[in-house]
Ligand binder design. Structure first.
Ligand code: MN
Length: 409
């Protein structure tokens, strides 16, 4: 008897056996959340239901229907659960027990896959930081003096992280008008930021920084992030303490968390750093390297805007983790670290509208003839990504999608 993977012809599919991402879902008439594994385009394996008969020693970790307990359980348990799921799907002897546990993907309504503990947004793309520096501080040095010495970041709002598909209400806030007066109202410069999210599993100890070499014991997986940004609110409020209400109204994440174990073939050397970072951030001798060759695509209302490449990010997730804990702060399961906007050197690799339209000075024309400097009500942004997998296969990261809803509706 053939395996499920053979029967469904999923070898080489982006959600094939080399990927096996985790998510949380409900189905019509069954409101209790279940943990699922995405299998191809059309199916979700109900892992919560499968665990009781097939993986009883780990069933308590999976019965809540979210990733929370599995995240906290640590890397050895992550490996055992992934090995078990791989075996169920790829060995023919499990076929008859697995088939009844497959849910049609169209019936699986995604939820936030894990409880977001803390949310930190970094600024790891040199091209993005340079573009923003040129736009916001013309004539000066585009990168601030600290930028090449540490991964710059800020603490965001965990409670407003939402799963893909959740409508995003246009935020309101204070804006400085061109004549210098201050007003309050709906943002006129709403933007997206295409980012990679890193999901923390294992906690760390207070007062004990996480060295680069231990990042793989703490980082569970990767998702896609859209860090919605109101540029007018942000520009007025961010001096001197950084982003606040221009970012905190909503952050969207993709529903399927791809375990780092699926991304071995995507590991690439990060770009060379000059000057050499301090020892706690110096990853020169780190093996495997922590650069990740994820290729992102951004669409506005189905029209492709750009293809940001994550492989070129200057600071890696391991360095972000090391820096975040370098002061003695500790990690909790469910911490979400976002890379910051991913932008490459080319125009069609920019991961935000502020860069693509150069702060509105060069509006985009869409196929329907309308133009955009920033997002209009009703606009839908979709970010997708894939990464290299084994034997020429691609790893699918799925998508993070969100539609802008008018303020006051
Ligand atoms: Mn951001």
């Amino acid at each position: 008897m053939g395996s499920i993977v053979d029967e469904l012809d999923l070898n080489g599919h982006p959600f094939g056996p080399q990927t096996l991402p985790y998510g949380s879902f409900t189905t019509p008439g069954r409101p209790e959340p279940r943990l699922g594994v995405r299998v191809g385009d059309e199916r979700v394996l109900d892992l919560t239901a499968a665990a009781e008969p097939l993986l009883p020693e780990h069933a308590p970790l999976l019965e809540e229907g979210t990733l929370d307990r599995l995240l906290a359980a640590g890397p050895e348990t992550w490996a055992r659960v992934r090995a078990a799921v791989t075996e169920w799907l790829t060995e023919g002897r499990h076929r008859d027990r697995i088939v009844p546990l497959l849910v049609p993907a169209e019936a699986a309504r995604p939820r936030l896959p894990f409880t977001v503990a803390d949310y930190v947004d970094f600024y790891a793309s040199e091209h993005h930081a340079t573009n923003l520096g040129r736009i916001l501080r013309p004539g000066g040095e585009p990168l601030t003096p600290n930028w090449r010495h540490m991964p710059i970041g800020y603490h965001g709002r965990a409670g407003t992280v939402v799963v893909s598909g959740t409508p995003v209400t246009r935020p309101a806030g204070q804006r400085r008008e061109p004549d210098g007066t201050i007003s309050h109202g709906p943002s006129r410069r709403l933007d997206f930021e295409a980012e990679v999210g890193f999901v923390v599993g294992t906690a760390s100890r207070p007062g004990r920084p996480v060295p680069l070499a231990e990042a793989d014991r703490h980082l569970f997986g990767v998702c896609l992030v859209n860090d919605w940004s109101a540029r007018d609110i942000q520009a007025w409020e961010y001096v001197p303490l950084g982003p606040f209400l221009g970012k905190s109204f909503a952050t969207s994440v993709s529903p399927w968390v791809v375990p780092l174990a699926a991304l071995d073939h995507a590991r690439v050397a990060p770009p060379p750093r000059e000057p050499r970072p301090l020892p706690y951030l110096d990853d020169t001798a780190l093996s495997p390297p922590w650069g990740l060759d994820l290729k992102l695509t951004v669409e506005l209302n189905g029209h492709r805007l750009s293809h940001p490449p994550a492989a070129g990010l200057y600071w890696t997730a391991a360095q972000q983790l090391a820096h975040l804990t370098a002061n003695g702060a500790w990690l909790r399961p469910g911490d979400l670290l976002a890379s910051g906007t991913v932008s490459g050197p080319e125009r069609d690799q920019r991961g935000s509208l502020i860069e693509l339209t150069w702060n509105g000075a060069e509006p985009l024309t869409l196929p329907d003839g309308t133009t955009r400097a920033f997002l209009a009500d009703g606009d839908e942004i979709t970010v997708t990504a894939t990464a290299p997998g084994p034997a020429g296969a691609r790893i699918g990261l799925g998508e993070v999608r969100g539609r802008v809803v008018r303020w006051g509706t």
